[in-house]
Design a protein around this ligand. Structure first.
Ligand code: KIV
Ligand code: NA
Length: 278
């Protein structure tokens, strides 16, 4: 059958079916969410704080992102795997951007790459155009773009129309430029619901929202938020289970068992007739 392709996504989009995306950074969880049936798995640079123990996304290196993407690629059968290009792995020059995007596809097995674009981000729009011309599918990402956090100053909702966030016009025009450049989808992060609707109406490629309201073509969430593997919770997200508690309980039980001599038990030990460890 092969993995979800751009024509598969286009068909769903044209049929009005909402597209689903989750992040993953490692093989075991990627395998689980692939089996769960998402259309797309984003190996986000949100790995910075959700997988690698950094404070934010800015420190994630290209090698770390490639390693995470390769792990996810090895585990996934059905979903489209999208490699998220980390801070300063693109933009320094067209040549270097193409080379680095190419590494996601050639070395790490990604089916597509994603990169962030500032409002009217000419340089990134040009990169998107070059990558798509060469056969590398690109997802755009606008709105609250965490790689520009030092300029934005915090987790501020974009498109509020109050002068302190990106204007709706800038977001709509940038989305149109990305579509024109060949992006096959655009992620919209932390924008007002009205902005999400206007951008979605302005382009003929699927918009995928995270904190972008209901009038977009699909949704993406960060897996650790969904699974309750985070200390923090966000209003735009939804926690579907509480893995932190489940894992704590399991670890405490193990520690108790070992201390009380309950593990290993008879069934866990070898004697001379056992050949294999299974
Ligand atoms: O890195 C990430 O997880 C992302 C999503 C939040 C869109 O970019
Ligand atoms: Na990201």
């Amino acid at each position: 059958m092969g993995r979800v392709s751009i024509p598969d996504l286009t068909k769903k989009y044209e049929d009005g079916d909402s597209l689903t995306m989750l992040t993953a950074y490692d093989a075991p969880l990627a395998r689980q969410i692939d089996t769960g049936g998402v259309d797309m798995i984003l190996v986000g640079d949100s790995a910075g704080d959700n997988h690698l123990g950094y404070d934010d996304t800015l420190q994630v290196t290209l090698d770390e992102a490639l390693s995470n993407t390769a792990a996810v690629d090895r585990a996934v059968e059905d979903a489209m795997v999208i490699g998220d290009m980390p801070f300063l792995s693109y933009g320094m020059s067209l040549k270097k951007s193409v080379e680095n995007a190419g590494r996601f596809m050639k070395e790490a097995g990604a089916d597509a790459v994603k990169l962030e674009t500032a409002p009217y981000g000419e340089t990134t729009v040009e990169i998107v155009s070059r990558l798509t011309e060469l056969g590398m599918p690109v997802v755009g990402h606008i709105g609250l773009t965490p790689q520009r956090m030092n300029q934005i100053g915090g987790g501020y909702v974009q498109g509020r129309g109050d002068g302190s966030s990106a204007t709706v016009e800038a977001l709509v025009e940038t989305a149109e430029q990305l579509e024109e450049a060949g992006a096959f989808s655009i992620i919209l992060e932390a924008v007002t619901e009205e902005t999400g609707k206007l951008v979605t109406e302005a382009v003929n490629i699927p918009t995928i929202g995270i904190g972008a309201g209901r009038y977009v073509d699909g949704q993406v969430l960060v897996l650790t938020d969904v699974l309750g593997l985070n200390e923090e919770s966000y209003r735009f997200s939804k926690q579907y289970t509480d893995l932190n508690s489940i894992i704590q309980e399991a670890v405490e039980s193990y520690v108790d068992d070992v201390r009380e001599g309950e593990f290993p038990s008879q069934e866990n030990v070898f004697d001379a007739v056992d050949e294999e460890t299974k």
